[in-house]
Design a binder for this molecule. Sequence first.
Ligand code: HEM
Length: 215
Amino acid sequence: MHKLLISKWTKACVFLICLSPLAALGWRALHNGLTANPIEYITHATGDSTLRFILFTLCVTPFRKLLGLPELIRFRRMLGLFAFFYGCLHFTTYIWLDKFFDLKEVWKDIAKRPYITVGFLAFVLLIPLAITSTAGWIQRLGGRRWQLLHRAIYISAVAGVIHYYWLVKSAVLRPLAYGAIVAALLLWRLAAKFRSQPDAEGANPVKPQPQNSQA
Ligand code: HEM
């Protein structure tokens, strides 16, 4: 298992799997499968993917610890960048296909509709994390400050769940399930802190990992 996880082919496979939600959208677009309301379909699909990838990213450290597979760290940056990538697609769908780049209208929405405000917050928080995800930025910021900054992903996850919960009218089961996962991950983190594991975020998040830089 350890050998498999450090193989560059495994990383390439994970990369392709991460692209599958986009490929599925492309496939549907080519085969008239985007339903009668394609904009809504794309917004929902990209929003779902953003939230899922945020959660996948947060799951890496607990899985590494619980399964005894430190090599899983190799995938965390890639998963985080895919969360940002799908977040960009989601936001672009909204400002382009939904609002036709009417930035005044977008801003009005962000200011007036709480679920958009909180979704925007979740997205904006991902930007500094994506920018500082490189080995160079880890060195520039120093491990401690980098870790502190990257805890913002938890706020982004909570904001993402609230965004989802507020926008659904009745089908609250899915956002609640996502909320339960985020709560469990947060509890795990707190428990790890109380067990005085200074490195609950990952055994090696502050060491530059050049092999992770092609996500
Ligand atoms: C990290 C940031 C974000 C996450 C995790 C996220 C997640 C989601 C999710 C899970 C959905 C529902 C998908 C479904 O029904 O299956 C959704 C829908 C939506 N999101 Fe986001 N979102 C984010 C940011 C944003 C931003 C920045 C905007 C716009 C400024 C936005 C606008 C919308 C809209 C308009 C919908 C559809 C609402 C409707 O059906 O009426 N989201 N988002």
